[in-house]
Design a protein around this ligand. Structure first.
Ligand SMILES: Nc1nc2c(ncn2[C@@H]2O[C@H](COP(=O)(O)OP(=O)(O)OP(=O)(O)O)[C@@H](O)[C@H]2O)c(=O)[nH]1
Ligand SMILES: [Mg+2]
Length: 224
């Protein structure tokens, strides 16, 4: 008797918001865990990101509206698996750390997030570190959310996350997600994850004092 598996038994879609990440993306996609689907959301990249993504086996969704949150939202809507993960496409985070976050969902957690810990020799710009600390202090103090980072890597159930109705379409998206999740009574778990320097391409946010400053402004609007 043939024991047929469902045509696609994937449980997890990894959404990768990408703006000009053609250099870093191959290394990231090669490390996506077996059985997970990769979904690259391309935001008007001009360096061939979408072609590279397809060549390395990812599905590609185009989002014309600029912004990190716009890309992530498009990925959430397009995903058709019960679980979604979000990961940067710049090579700074390791996809092999996703399964431990996914396992948290099986233990009753609603939103599992990463806390970046610098790999040896990695320099995390002071302005990015400071911005993150201030924002997380506010999240703990005002919203009682027990986190120490801004959920750079995260895993949740797809329908639940879409149902939260996160409206921010820029850098504030992950913060609004945390605030809405906590308000909805979600159980949130944070795990250390390794953080490295991007493996190619250019920094859009934390690589400059200006970028960090505007990111923190976006964050603050969401959590104040
Ligand atoms: N689709 C899309 N992706 C974006 C946008 N801005 C940033 N990203 C992606 O979001 C992820 C994180 O952004 P980064 O540019 O790495 O920002 P950063 O982490 O502050 O910069 P680094 O310091 O270089 O790591 C990367 O995969 C980016 O390509 C955007 O406007 N649209
Ligand atoms: Mg980055």
């Amino acid at each position: 008797m043939t024991n047929l598996l469902p045509v696609d038994s994937s449980r997890v879609t990894v959404v990768l918001p990408c703006l000009n990440e053609a250099e870093s993306l191959p290394g990231v996609l090669e490390l996506i865990p077996d059985g997970y689907r990769a979904l690259v959301v391309d935001n008007n990249s001009t360096d061939g990101t979408a072609d590279v993504a397809r060549r390395y086996g990812a599905e590609v969704v185009a989002e014309s509206r600029a912004g990190y949150g716009a890309a992530v939202h498009a990925g959430m809507v397009a995903a058709s698996t019960p679980i979604v993960a979000v990961l940067d496409g710049d090579g700074s985070l390791d996809p092999r750390e996703l399964p431990k976050l996914v396992e948290e969902l099986d233990r009753g957690v609603d939103l599992a997030v990463g806390r970046r810990r610098c790999s040896p020799g990695v320099r995390w710009p002071w302005h990015a570190r400071l911005g993150t600390q201030v924002v997380c202090w506010r999240l703990r103090q005002r919203h009682r959310i027990p986190v120490h980072d801004i959920a750079p890597m995260r895993v949740a159930r797809r329908d639940a996350i879409v149902g939260l109705g996160v409206a921010d379409r820029r850098s504030g998206y992950p913060l609004e997600l945390l605030v809405r999740a906590a308000a909805a009574g979600w159980k949130i778990a944070e795990h250390d994850v390794a953080y490295g320097t991007r493996t190619g391409g250019k920094s859009k946010v934390s690589g400059s004092v200006r970028g960090s400053f505007f990111a923190v402004l976006d964050f603050w609007r969401v959590i104040s």
